[in-house]
Unconditional design. Sequence first.
Length: 268
Amino acid sequence: MNHTTVANALLLSRQQATLCSPPSDNPAYTLADAYAVAKIHLDTALSGGMTPVGRKIGFTNPTAWASMLLNTPVWGYVYDKTVFDTTAGHTTHDLRGAMQPKIEPEIMFGLKATVPGTGDPVDALGAVAWIALGFEVVSCPYPDWKFKGVDAVSGFGLHRALYVGPKRIVTADDDLVAIVAALGAVTARIYKNNVLAGEGSGKIVLGNPAKALAALGVICANQPQFAPLASGEIISSGTLTPPPTIDAGDVIRAEVAGFDLGPVQVSF
């Protein structure tokens, strides 16, 4: 398996905004191969002047694992040039160059410490400085969104952009156990041009977005080829609803109930 060949083909696809065949067309292609390709993409981004500022977690809904040939969530880097702070809860995004774009409302965490590799959501939340509702814009290089989990890891995590909404600071007075429970119970709605486009909850995110963060801590603790999770990173925990497709001219808004996070809106 030539990881550089795979990485270069996917990079060219992204640069030219042209679709390509998924690496999993080769049945011998494994998740280890996919992360090797992701490491090449990281090194390329670093050499091009981009700085990783966090990670996105993918496939946090276990009902998708069978079709994706996975038994775990996966992750990819997000960068200074792809993450945007929407303090006012509203911003714009240019879709030029995006391939078959969709948008995902997600709970996002800002880290103040390394996430311990215990797998415990309360331990994970102890490493969190703030929580926010936000969006990930995803872009898929594979025709008709037909791929496996290894292809998502190889294809930049399908990541295009993160939009972080108003931040809810986690303080020393907060009850972390109560916050974990609330995150698992949140309900979410996403609207496209003021029409309800999807509903979901924190439960579909590995049972709880804090559990997704804890799982990422375990995964990264066992990947010495990558830097450990660190203070200052932004982590998107996985989509709360089915992700609608987006086109230029669309206005997307998301809101949650059950936890005090402000809504977020993006115009395309």
